[in-house]
Design a protein around this ligand. Structure first.
Ligand SMILES: [Mg+2]
Length: 423
């Protein structure tokens, strides 16, 4: 049943501008005449009036202005002054994500949920039940569009890396293949920046070696790369450039297990203020998921992966179990402060661990009126927000924005470079 690595068939499904698409699905479900944000320069994330937050998703027009996912809102607004920014609605996005995963279950049980809007399917064992790979991918794409109201790109390839690269080709609403024999024509002419896991810092180092395309990287001497990029990263990135990736489709990333969320950043992050804003958006999703499932966590873990592929994590046990976004955020910032050495980051994650059922906490919760009130407040915000949207009520966690600013200010005292100047 298990195919050899050459014979595997992997689909990578990627929702086009996920949060923005889901936001549109929500708005159109409330008002069929609502402006479709996908047709203008728009972004989801943060608060436009205070210019606080990071871009979590952007429309094609915003992308054309140079707006990238993960960048501070203030920077995006400088690039694109007409940008329409809407706050996020995580509780609804989680529903959309779950609906999609359920639909995909019909095609194979072998999933790897890579993020809230991306998933790998190992179709090796089930493709014969459905038809040719491209036809099946197109069927999935059409079904998601018509049954769920948003579009996806699907990459079809013999491994996860190539499937992920393929789904990133022309967007939106497209299926692309990247079979081995297509690598020279479809992947090698692309700039190295397009290769999965190449960030700004690594890109610069490679360009200094005269490497500008993925093909040049693929043909480069591995020892030369090792000398400049470090052994582990050099081997990985050289294999990627050659289309090699034998990793199985499985829940392998611990940060995505249980109640975790992570984001691969489109640009390296090296300042504390931006990093905290990313943490806030991650805590928003994790908190909303905990509350949706009526569970609490007693452990918070922050995971960082830098541009050299080094992963480090730092965690803490909580004295009181929680499902509060603002508490998760506060602990995450504290953890970050304790262990991050400012190495430019490619991935950030937050995981809520030691999960317990809310019921078991009720007793102690009722002993503490303050905790109970706080919880009731967050619940009320969640429910009002899921009904009417965040335009109606400001999320509790955004009240933390001063904390973000304070962190940045106090941190600046210890640094001799000005972190407010963005590249
Ligand atoms: Mg996506």
């Amino acid at each position: 049943m298990e195919g050899s690595p050459q014979n595997r068939l992997i689909f990578h499904i990627d929702v086009n501008s996920a949060f923005l698409s889901w936001e549109c699905v929500y708005r159109l479900s409330q008002d069929p005449e609502a402006l479709d944000l996908r047709t203008i320069a728009s972004a989801v994330g943060g608060d436009a009036s205070t210019r606080h937050g990071i871009v979590l998703a952007k429309s094609p027009l915003a992308k054309r202005c140079g707006v990238v996912t993960g960048e501070p809102l203030s920077q995006a607004l400088r690039k694109c002054p007409d940008l329409v920014v809407v706050p996020s609605r995580f509780d609804f996005y989680i529903k959309c994500s779950r609906r999609m995963m359920k639909l995909l279950d019909e095609y194979t049980p072998d999933h790897e949920k890579f993020s809230i809007d991306e998933t790998f399917l190992d179709m090796t064992g089930t493709i014969h039940l459905f038809g040719s790979p491209l036809n099946v991918a197109n069927e999935i794409r059409e079904r998601i569009k018509h049954e769920l109201g948003f579009t996806v790109n699907i990459g079809i390839a013999p491994n996860k890396l190539l499937a992920k690269m393929a789904s990133d080709f022309e967007k939106p609403d497209k299926c692309h293949t990247l079979f081995r024999e297509e690598i020279p024509a479809k992947m090698w002419p692309l700039p190295i920046r397009e290769l999965f896991f190449v960030g700004g810092a690594a890109q610069k180092k490679m360009e200094n070696l005269g490497l500008h395309t993925i093909g040049q990287l693929a043909a480069c001497d591995l020892d030369l790369l090792k000398a400049h990029l470090g052994e582990k990263y050099a081997v990985l990135i050289h294999q990627y450039a050659n289309g090699i990736d034998d990793s199985p489709v499985a829940e392998r990333d611990p940060i995505n297990k249980a109640y975790g969320n992570s984001i691969t950043l489109s640009q390296d992050i090296s300042d504390y203020n931006s990093a905290c804003q990313v943490l806030l958006s991650l805590c928003e999703t994790v908190g909303a998921r905990l509350r949706a499932d009526h569970v609490l966590c007693s452990n918070v873990c922050v995971e960082l992966r830098d541009w050299e592929f080094r992963t480090r994590s730092h965690q803490m046990a909580l004295s009181e179990p929680t499902d509060s976004t603002s508490e998760l955020y506060q602990y995450s910032c504290q953890l970050l402060k304790e262990f991050w050495d400012r190495t430019p980051l490619r991935l950030m994650g937050v995981r809520a661990g030691k999960i317990s059922d809310e019921e078991f906490q009720q007793m102690s919760l009722f002993d503490d009126p303050k905790a109970r009130k706080k919880k009731e407040f967050e619940k009320a915000v969640d429910s009002i927000r899921s009904r009417y949207g965040v335009d109606i009520i400001k999320r509790a966690s955004f009240l933390q924005k001063d904390a973000v600013a304070d962190h940045a200010a106090s941190k600046k005292k210890h640094l001799n470079r000005n972190e407010d100047i963005n590249p």
